[in-house]
Design a protein around this ligand. Structure first.
Ligand code: HEM
Length: 164
């Protein structure tokens, strides 16, 4: 991202943060309109969820000039999302809802340049999260393999006892 793009995202985030509760409400409303099946993934209080989302976006946006600092945290957040049942394709739906919310929240300040800058910001975070969730999925496959293998233990023991 160029320094100008970083500055644009930081500036426009301030405007959205000023109306963060409404922004979060708009965002989830749009998200569930785009894909109602995502509703079942959210178990907690949506207001609280909105606050968490805005807080983390805020930290990420403030760190755009030295993202490497927050990469490990974003990776952990990605792995956690795989645990919630979030799939890779869902990141595109969230991107859609986020850009729509920014458009509504910023009005005429949502220029084509601002849109590109936010798209880059989101893509950067999402790609780190998706990559980390792939590793997490791998862990899941591995644990499943072990669990299936261990189910065979009683059978193996029985066979050994018969042979003894
Ligand atoms: C850049 C992208 C994203 C960011 C920054 C983000 C941020 C967060 C944060 C901060 C939390 C709370 C984690 C905690 O307190 O432990 C959370 C939870 C969650 N997120 Fe995301 N998220 C992103 C993408 C997504 C996507 C694509 C989905 C798919 C629908 C999603 C669905 C969820 C769900 C289901 C929860 C848990 C809600 C619950 O426990 O009820 N997130 N997210």
């Amino acid at each position: 991202m160029t320094p100008k793009q970083v500055a644009l995202v930081q500036k426009t985030f301030k405007s959205v943060a000023a109306i963060s509760e409404q922004a979060a409400e708009l965002f989830y409303g749009r998200l569930f309109e785009l894909d109602p099946s995502l509703k079942r993934l959210f178990k907690g209080d949506m207001k609280e969820q909105g606050r968490k989302l805005m807080a983390v976006i805020g930290v990420a946006v403030a760190s755009l000039n030295n993202l490497e600092k927050i990469i490990p945290t974003v990776q952990k957040l990605g792995a956690k999302h795989a645990g919630y049942g979030v799939k890779e394709a869902d990141y595109a739906t969230v991107a859609n809802a986020l850009l729509w919310t920014l458009e509504k929240g910023l009005g005429p300040d949502f220029t084509a340049e601002v849109k590109v800058a936010w798209t880059e910001t989101y893509q950067t975070l999402a790609s780190v999260m998706i990559e980390a969730s792939k590793n997490h999925e791998f862990d899941g496959v591995f644990l499943e393999f072990l669990a299936q293998a261990y189910q065979k233990i009683p059978e193996l023991e029985k066979r050994q006892n018969l042979e003894a």
